[in-house]
Design a binder for this molecule. Structure first.
Ligand code: ADP
Ligand code: MG
Length: 352
C-alpha cells in the first residue's frame, strides 16, 4: 500500500509550538502545573524516521500523545499534509486513521482474551468496510507486511502464545490496517529482549521505505536513534535542545546535554571518547530552572544561562541547538567557560 506524497515538500505531519502544561494538585500548597512540553516544533516527512531522544521524564511520551491528539495541547498547532487539523468529530476520525501510535508494552496494547485475527479484522471492518473472505485475505496480508509468515500460523494465536517481538509486530500490523501515513512508536523496543530489538527496528525501517511512512521513533537510547533515524530531535526537561541529521548529531553534538547523552551510551563507531561528566538529575517540571533548563547540570554554564532562555542557533548544516555557547556574541565568554570546565576535568569545548 504505497501512498504518494500528498504535496511534494510538505511534511506528512508537522507540529508548531506544541505546549502542554498538566495541572496538578500539591496538597496544601494548592495548584501547580507540570511544564511537560514547551514550544515544540517538528516536521515528520514521509519515508523518514525522526527520533526523539531524551531521559525519562523529558516529555517524549507527552509529545507523542499530543501528536496523536490523545491529549489536547495548552497551545500550538498540528498540520496534516500542510493543513491545520480541525476539531469536528469527522476530522478527528480521519486524523486517527492517518496517525497511529504504537506503544511500548505490546502486552497491554493487545487484549489477551482475543486472538490475532480479532485484533486485525476489527480495524479492517471498521475503517475499511472489509467483509467475509476479503477480511481473511487482508488480515494475512497485514501479517506478511510485518514478516509474521506463514501468516496462517499466527492468525489464530492468542497474545500469550506469542513472544514479545511477535506481539509488537501484531500491534504494528493492526496499526497498518487503517492505512496510516504517520506511525508514532513510543519506546517500541524498550520492553523487548535485547536479542529481538534489532528485528523490530529493522521492520520500522522497512515500513519507512516500502510504505513511505513518516515515523516518529521515541527512545531514551541515542545509539538506537543513530542506527535507525534520519533525523534526531533531542529533548531535555520538556524542550527541544538540539535537532539535525542523525549522523551529524551523534558525530558532532553541539548541545552539552546531547554530549552527556552520548557519553552515557558509548558507540563503537564513534572516534574518541566523550568525557562529559553527568552532574545532578533532570529538574522538576513544576518549577523548572529559569534561563536554560539544563544550566544547573551544565559544566559550561555562563551567567547568561541562568538568566535567559537560549535562542535556537545554527550548529551545522541543518543542525540547530538551543545553547548560549553557540551565540556569536559570546565566543570569549564560552571559551572561558570551557576552560573552567576543562580545569574541572570535564571535557573540551563543545564546539571543538
Ligand atoms: P518521558 O516519556 O520522556 O519519560 P513524559 O512525557 O511521560 O516523559 O513525562 C514528562 C513529564 O510530564 C513528567 O514530569 C511527568 O510526570 C509529567 N506528566 C505526564 N503526564 C502527566 C499527567 N497526565 N499529569 C501530570 N503530569 C504528567
Ligand atoms: Mg515515555
Amino acid at each position: 500500500m504505497v501512498h504518494g506524497p500528498k504535496r511534494p515538500g510538505v511534511p506528512a505531519l508537522e507540529a508548531r509550538g506544541l505546549t502542554k502544561h498538566f495541572p496538578v494538585h500539591r496538597g496544601l500548597r494548592g495548584r501547580a502545573v507540570v511544564h511537560a512540553a514547551e514550544d515544540i516544533s517538528l516536521a515528520l516527512p514521509e519515508a523518514t524516521v525522526t527520533a526523539v531522544v531524551g531521559e525519562s521524564g523529558s516529555g517524549k511520551s507527552t509529545l507523542s500523545r499530543l501528536l496523536t491528539r490523545l491529549i489536547t495541547p495548552t497551545s500550538g498547532e498540528l498540520l496534516l499534509d500542510g493543513e491545520p487539523v480541525g476539531t469536528s468529530a469527522r476530522e478527528r476520525r480521519a486524523y486517527t486513521s492517518q496517525v497511529h501510535l504504537v506503544l511500548q508494552d505490546p502486552f497491554s496494547s493487545l487484549n489477551g482474551v482475543h486472538g490475532v485475527r480479532y485484533h486485525l479484522e476489527r480495524p479492517l471492518k471498521l475503517h475499511r468496510g472489509a467483509r467475509g473472505e476479503q477480511l481473511d485475505a487482508l488480515a494475512k496480508e497485514l501479517l506478511e507486511r510485518v514478516s509474521l509468515t506463514p501468516a496462517d500460523r499466527y492468525l489464530d494465536k492468542f497474545p500469550h502464545e506469542l513472544s514479545g517481538g511477535q506481539r509488537q509486530r501484531v500491534a504494528i500490523a493492526r496499526g497498518l490496517a487503517v492505512r496510516p501515513r504517520v506511525l508514532l512508536a513510543d519506546e517500541p523496543v524498550s520492553m523487548l529482549d535485547v536479542s529481538i530489538r534489532l528485528g523490530v527496528l529493522n521492520l520500522l525501517d522497512e515500513l519507512r521505505e516500502r510504505e513511505r511512512l513518516a515515523i516518529l521513533y521515541v527512545t531514551h537510547d541515542i545509539a538506537s536513534a543513530r542506527y535507525l533515524a534520519d533525523t534526531v530531535v533531542v529533548m531535555y526537561a520538556g524542550q527541544v535542545v538540539e535537532s539535525g541529521p542523525a549522523q551529524q548529531i551523534t558525530d558532532s553534538p553541539a548541545h552539552p546535554y546531547t554530549r552527556l547523552l552520548l557519553s552515557a551510551a558509548p558507540d563503537p563507531h564513534r572516534s574518541g571518547p566523550v568525557v562529559l561528566r553527568g552532574r545532578g538529575a533532570p529538574p522538576s517540571l513544576i518549577d523548572p530552572p529559569g534561563g536554560c533548563r539544563f544550566h544547573p547540570r551544565c559544566p559550561f554554564a555562563m551567567p547568561v544561562c541562568a538568566e535567559a532562555a537560549p535562542p535556537t542557533l545554527p550548529a551545522g548544516p541543518d543542525q540547530v541547538a538551543a545553547c548560549w555557547l553557540l551565540s556569536p556574541d559570546r565566543t570569549a565568554e564560552a571559551a572561558e567557560a570551557a576552560a573552567v570546565a576543562g580545569a574541572d576535568g570535564a571535557t573540551s569545548h563543545p564546539g571543538a
